[in-house]
Design a protein around this ligand. Sequence first.
Ligand code: PMP
Length: 384
Amino acid sequence: MTRKILMHVGPETLDYDVLLAGVKGDVGFTSKEFVDAMSYSLKFLRKLMGADESYQPFIIPGGGTSAMESVTSLLKRGDKVLVVTNGVFGNRWLDIFSRYPLEVKAIRAKAGYYVKPEEVEEEVKKGIYTMLTLTHVETSTGVREPVKEVIDRVRDYVDLIVVDGVSSVGAEEVKAKDWKVDVYLTASQKAIGAPPGAGLLVLSQKALKMLSDDSVAGYYLNLKNWIGVMQAMESGKASYFSTPPVHLIFMIKRAFEMIEAEGLENRIKRHELVASAIRRGIEAMGLEIVAKTPEAYSNTVTGVMLKRANPAEVLSLSISEGIEFAPGVHPDLAGKYFRIGHMGWVNMNDVISAIAVLERVLKRLGEPIKLGEGVRAVQELLAS
Ligand code: PMP
C-alpha cells in the first residue's frame, strides 16, 4: 500500500498545496521572491503567536530544539533558570541548559499530569530566577500546561518567561502579548503544517534587550547573529548570516496563507473538535487516555494506554493498514502506550479512519476492546 495517513506527532500528513509551494528550481536566497516569502512569513508569525509589532519574529534553521537552544542567547554565566517539566520535552530544556554555565532547577510532574500553577508560584517567589521555561503541550504524554494561569501567578517574580509551543502553536490558543510571554517558540512540522526544518520564535522587547555579546550562547544559534537578517528580510531587503532553508520557507509561507484563509480561530476549533472526537472514540472502545484529567487534554496529541497489546505491534500493524501513529516515548510508561498526533491539516475523515484502524488492529492483537463502539461514538458526535 502506498497511500497512508500520517498521524505521528510531526510531521503529519501534509497538504499538497504546501508541498508544491516548495517545488522551485531556480530561487536563491537573495531573490525578491524569497525575500517576499520570508517577509510575509515573519509578519504572519506575529499573528500566529498573538504578538504585536513590539515582538521580533525569527525563523531559523533546525526545528523545535534549535529554537529552544537559541534562548541561551538571553542568558549570562551563572544565571538561574527554572524548568517546569511534564515529560520528555520539558526535560529537553534541562539537557540543553546543562551544556551551559547556568544554574538550573526543575519542577517535575508525573507522567500524565502537569505541574500545578501554585507549585510554580511558590518556587518563583524566591525571586532568584532570570528565566522560567514552560512546555505548553508536552508531546510525550499529550498533557497541556495551563500556561496563562501559571504566568498570571509568576509574571512579577521572574525576568523572562519562555514557552515551548511546539505542539500548540496553530492549534491551541496562544497569546504571547496578552499573557506577557517573552519568548514563544514552535517548529515548522507541527500544527503549522509544513515539513520539518525550521524553528520559529517571537521575542518581546524585554527579551531583545537581554541579547548581548556576554551571553552564554555559541555561534549558530545565537539570535544576535540572526536578528539583523530577520529585520532586513521583513523590510524587503536580502541579507545573510547563514543560508536559510529556502524551499522550506516557501512551504511555510503557503501554510501561513492557508492558515490565514482558514482563520486562526476556526483552525483552533477544528483541532478542538478533532481532538475531542479522537478521545471519544478511544474511550468508547474501552481504552484509557494518558492525560489524567480533562483540563490536561490537548488539541494536538493523545496518548493511549494499552492493557494487553504491545504498542510496537499496534504501530506496525496500523502502518500496514494505512495509518502511521507515534510510539510512546515517556520512560515511565515504556511499553504501555502509544500516541496519536492530530494537528496541521487533520480532518474528521482522518479521525474516523484512525479509530476504525485501531479497532481492528487492537482486536487482532487481543486487546479487550468493544469493536465498532469507537467508530459509532465518533459518528454520533459528528452527526449531532
Ligand atoms: N518541544 C516539543 C514540545 C516537541 O514536541 C518537540 C518535538 N517533538 C520538540 C520540542 C523538539 O522539536 P524538534 O524535534 O523539531 O527539534
